[in-house]
Design a protein around this ligand. Sequence first.
Ligand SMILES: Cc1cc2nc3c(=O)[nH]c(=O)nc-3n(C[C@H](O)[C@H](O)[C@H](O)COP(=O)(O)O)c2cc1C
Length: 213
Amino acid sequence: MDVFEAILRRRDVRNEFSGERIDEERLLRILGAAHSAPSVGNTQPWDFVVVQEPETLARFAGHVGECREDFARSLPPDRKDTFNPIVVEGIEASRTGVVVTYDPTRGGAHILGRHTIDETGRLSVALAIQNLWLAATAEGIGVGWVSFYREPFVRALVNVPEHVHVVAWLCVGPVTSLQTVPDLERFGWRERRPLGAAMHWERYPEDDVSTHR
Ligand SMILES: Cc1cc2nc3c(=O)[nH]c(=O)nc-3n(C[C@H](O)[C@H](O)[C@H](O)COP(=O)(O)O)c2cc1C
């Protein structure tokens, strides 16, 4: 699969996990791709905690269920109706969670490139996640990013130290198929903007179409 095909075929997976567990060889290849990402000052500020204990997965799924309820309660009635049928996680079905963390202390006090923009550390972790996601797609493995959680809960669940941030919980596992249209589009929540609305020549537009709902 070439890189453009992987980019276009990649999906956020919730419903299509087959229920098998990913084999270790593939998991290591995918994590190797994540670990090859660029990072500010070459700090490689990420860590990957692989979670496969059914009890831990079940406890996290319970917590995510509560966070989903909180979000649903915050919605106006029409958005709640659109949101309700959307599945937001495949934590237990995927059989493997990868908790991706960010350690801002990695690399010491003088990080080449982070002295002006602190965010570059966390952005480096996002690039590792994208590498993981694309490599998984090329391997026929599904990935679902879960962010319906409170950080202290995950920190306590998998023993992340106080100074390290939890960036993502990724559900990783074999799939029966990948959707061609993202779930959030299929269920009418939000569509992808056309490239023409996102791309500008020379200057940011004064009439910013991106702020429209
Ligand atoms: C930072 C981030 C957090 C996300 N959190 C969730 C989540 O908690 N639950 C979920 O179902 N999808 C989550 N997603 C997936 C997005 O909904 C999905 O990427 C988007 O709808 C586009 O669909 P696609 O990835 O299939 O192209 C997240 C994606 C990102 C990048």
